[in-house]
Design a protein around this ligand. Structure first.
Ligand SMILES: [Zn+2]
Length: 73
């Protein structure tokens, strides 16, 4: 994945992403805004103003999978 792909805003066209893609998107494109009432991190895109909720899901193997879900408006 190129640097440009990591940082390009896809907030308007995607609803959910998971795994490596979600981790990289959160790291390179989003900023942590707050933690919600359920202890999940809420990330925000400053470019589009879209908020994303980070969830962790058991993958069935040893590691958890990061899931980013676009927050409802
Ligand atoms: Zn964005």
């Amino acid at each position: 994945m190129s640097e440009d792909d990591r940082t390009r805003c896809r907030c308007a066209v995607l609803n959910v992403m998971s795994g490596e893609v979600a981790r990289e998107y959160a790291r390179y494109h989003l900023h942590v805004e707050r933690t919600d009432g359920m202890g999940r991190q809420v990330h925000r895109c400053e470019e589009s103003g879209v908020s994303w909720i980070e969830e962790r899901r058991p993958s069935g193997y040893s590691e958890e999978v990061t899931v980013l879900r676009r927050a409802p408006d």
